[in-house]
Design a binder for this molecule. Structure first.
Ligand SMILES: Nc1ncnc2c1ncn2[C@@H]1O[C@H](COP(=O)(O)OP(=O)(O)OP(=O)(O)O)[C@@H](O)[C@H]1O
Ligand SMILES: [Mg+2]
Length: 496
């Protein structure tokens, strides 16, 4: 039988200045299938999807939608063709409400009077359909957690009744239970005849739900395979061109004395009576669902948010960081989860972003030594396999995963004594993940106390000496290395 395709992209090429983002890439998505698109950070996945979405113009190639050549010159054309893209960096309006964002296409230029009550009701219905009716349709999107913003973005695209849906790393910001919900939504969409393109660095996920997988590498097409015919190891080898034998490298850190102790911390509406401690050379994991208060706890300690009560004892002395600057000066660093809002200055150069927190290292007699700075940046970025054109390019020219690496690089050499990594490998490819784990190990071996907040349980289990689990703003338990299993973490996270 002749295959029917929902989308065919043929020999697509695209360059940005001197960077060849795509060279003759093809993608054939069958009707009603889930087609996964994978590749390392910077491989060209998002660029290919932005071309499909009309956000970028291709240099070469052909796009066929539903058997007809599609002339795409703007995002509107594509929505009319029944294609909707859920971007890696969401496109929400933070100052509008959830309901307004979901129906934004219908609001813009509709000309007719809007019935706010109906809008709210329909938004509530959409959210309920997805199983997220705890999101308030009247809340401002900017006030939601990144995970919930992602859900709103998905709702917005579903509200268009598209025939073809693209998900660019939809689960990167989601934890276990939200991910499960989303995967079942995607499977239901498929069952109702929608064709889906699915991008993710979580290979288990796409092995579970996809029918075919297309692999890109350095802007080139590698292959398309039937998911049933391939395993994870083979997939990794296709992606990175080599085998990764050990995702979690061994650590030989000596665990020393207690350097951070938090007692009965309360902050805002979320954090309730949190107490824990961290020793030098130790890697402590923080596990829990979205909204469990892990990020808020760390922000309160770091001085990014106000703490209401409780003690923070740092190297034996009580401290009260009034802002992040004070914390950083005392050697307490935090890599935030939301790199777009807090982690990076996107309109500044890659070089500047990398050295922001460690200027003192390259300053000599009060003047920045440019040669030294450049060498240093080059070496540091190479150590975590960052892909970029020139270090003078703005940070927003980088692929999502490479932005994350820059945000991380900034902290690696800031000479911190305690470092909090909030979702350090979010959106990062498997090869680079191992590099990041090696660096965390190295920091611990140098005596740094490391806190890793992660929604990937495998990461907590593979990397941490022990894990603290939070639920609804409080600590529900602590799991020692020998007891670290998914089951134990889930039980504490769900409160069973
Ligand atoms: N607007 C832009 N300006 C300059 N270069 C860009 C731009 N967008 C993408 N690139 C470059 O194109 C290449 C492909 O990037 P793309 O975002 O498509 O990668 P990706 O496969 O989605 O990676 P990731 O997994 O990190 O999201 C990268 O080298 C990136 O730096
Ligand atoms: Mg991308």
């Amino acid at each position: 039988m002749q295959k029917e395709y929902a989308v065919q992209m043929k020999n697509i090429s695209k360059h940005f200045g001197g960077v060849k983002a795509l060279t003759n890439v093809s993608l054939n998505v069958e009707k009603g299938e889930i087609h996964a698109l994978i590749g390392e950070n910077g491989a060209g996945k998002s660029t290919l999807m932005k071309i499909l979405a009309g956000a970028y113009q291709k240099d070469h190639g052909e796009i066929i939608i539903d058997g007809k050549e599609a002339k795409i010159s703007s995002p509107k054309d594509v929505i009319n063709l029944g294609v909707s893209v859920i971007y890696q960096e969401f496109m929400l309006a933070p100052d509008l409400t959830v309901a307004e964002n979901i129906f934004i296409d219908k609001l813009a230029g509709s000309g007719i009077l809007i019935n706010w009550k109906t809008l709210k009701k329909r938004a509530k219905e959409q959210l309920l359909k997805l199983g997220f009716d705890d999101i308030d349709p009247e809340a401002k999107v900017g006030s939601l957690s990144v995970a919930y913003q992602q859900i709103v973005e998905i709702c917005k695209c579903l509200a268009r009744d598209s025939k073809i849906l693209v998900f660019d790393e939809p689960t990167a910001v989601l934890t276990f239970s939200e991910t499960r919900k989303l995967l079942s939504i995607i499977q239901n969409l498929k069952a109702s005849g929608v064709s889906i393109i699915y991008i993710s660095h979580r290979l288990e996920e796409l092995l579970e739900i996809s029918d075919h997988i297309t692999v890109l590498k350095d802007g080139n097409y590698v292959d398309t395979v039937a998911t049933s015919s391939i395993n994870k190891e083979e997939l990794v080898a296709m992606m990175v061109g080599r085998e990764i034998t050990q995702l979690f490298p061994e650590r030989k850190a000596e665990i020393g004395k207690e350097i951070l102790k938090v007692e009965n911390l309360h902050a805002g509406e979320v954090v309730k009576d949190v107490s824990f401690s961290v020793k030098s050379g130790e890697v402590v994991g923080f596990s829990g669902l979205v909204g469990s208060g892990r990020t808020e706890t760390m922000r309160a300690i770091f001085g990014a948010d106000k703490k209401d009560s409780g003690k923070v004892i740092y190297f034996g002395e009580e401290v009260n960081f009034k802002d992040p600057k004070e914390a950083i000066n005392k050697g307490f660093g935090l890599l935030p989860e939301d790199r777009k809002k807090q982690g990076l200055l996107l309109e500044q150069s890659i070089r500047m972003n990398t050295t922001m927190a460690s200027m003192f290292k390259i300053k000599k007699l009060g003047v920045i030594n440019h040669k030294k700075e450049k060498d240093y940046v080059k070496e540091l970025l190479a150590s975590i396999a960052t892909k970029y054109g020139s270090m003078e390019d703005n940070a927003n020219s980088l692929s999502g995963g490479n932005q994350q690496k820059i945000a991380l690089a900034k902290w690696l050499s800031a000479d911190c004594k305690v470092l909090v990594f909030d979702e350090p490998t979010r959106g990062v490819d498997v090869g680079a993940k191992t590099e990041i784990y090696k660096i965390i190990n190295q920091l611990a071996e140098e005596g740094v106390g490391v806190i890793v907040i992660s929604s990937e349980m495998a990461e907590i289990i593979g990397m941490c000496d022990r894990a603290i689990v939070m639920r609804q703003g409080s600590i529900t338990g602590e799991v020692d290395k020998s007891e670290l299993t998914e089951n134990n973490l889930i039980k504490l996270a769900m409160g069973v």
